[in-house]
Ligand binder design. Sequence first.
Ligand code: 9MR
Length: 328
Amino acid sequence: MHSVTLFALAAPLAALALPSGSLLTRQELQSINELFVAKGKEYFGTCSDQNLLSNQQNAAIIQTAFGAVTPENSMKWDQIQPTQGQFNWDGPDFLMDWAETNGKIVRGHTLVWHSQLAGWVNSVTDPAALTEVIQTHIAEVMGRYKGRIYHWDVVNEMWNEDGTMRDSVFSQVLGEDFVRIAFEAARAADPDAKLYINDYNLDTADSPKTQAMINNVNKWVEAGVPIDGIGTQAHLTGGMGSGVAGAVAALAGANVAEVAITELDIAGAAAEDYVAAVDACVQEPKCVGVSVWGVRDTDSWRADTSPLLFDDSYQPKDAYTQLIASLS
Ligand code: 9MR
């Protein structure tokens, strides 16, 4: 087990290392992570990568306000093993070092995903060969950071909206057995990491996709597949905040130890949506953490919807202020 207390103790030391320009931000900004942890949760995080962590204003907000980082892109297959057997460690190493220097938990993202997959993987057609490719990828990537990554998104986005399995090289060549292969390889590579299956549009409890996730995870866990948690990405549109509680409760009803909101962003960033979504995790005993998918709107993958907690000038938006108030 990783020690969350240890991370918390490291945080004040990190603050001393802040450049003087960041101190103002630090004094004015209240930490949502601190308040969330005081509610009995493990972390309130965000995503980032080397480019954004090298930006002082952005880094200062993460140092002050957040308790965890997820690599937004640098640990994805096409970036980390673009050619078979050749690994790019620079970006992920930077993020890991930054996180440890600053006392932040890391959520690993993501190992087996049809998207941002290196092209060469798509041409593997033999089941034994693809099994080995998955096992090697997981052993190398997880092995490098063994004992240092708190959660791993082992399998990402494997469901269609109608609850059938998404077509990918993994499902085509191995059927659903790729899930067992991936989770077993992950457990072997880093027994301390919590292993997650992660997806989007799990925002309605009774949708075919949510039900497929729950029923199949139950089946796999019963068969001994080492799945610790379900991640719900929660890329929401305005008005959807109030539905998150029901969806998170449904996912937590599955036979897993924990659940997490892994990539929260909400078009329009209405405060009531954010407060409701975060409260859904507070109220669910199995929900261990929330990560938002970015710091300021400008840097969001859906920048045109202004879905994040900080505006283009790095100022906390109303949703952030209201979250602080609701957690205080
Ligand atoms: O935020 C990520 C963006 O920078 C990338 O261009 C994009 C490519 O697919 O992936 C984004 O992150 C995704 C995450 O890894 C998985 N869930 C959906 C996220 C938004 O697309």
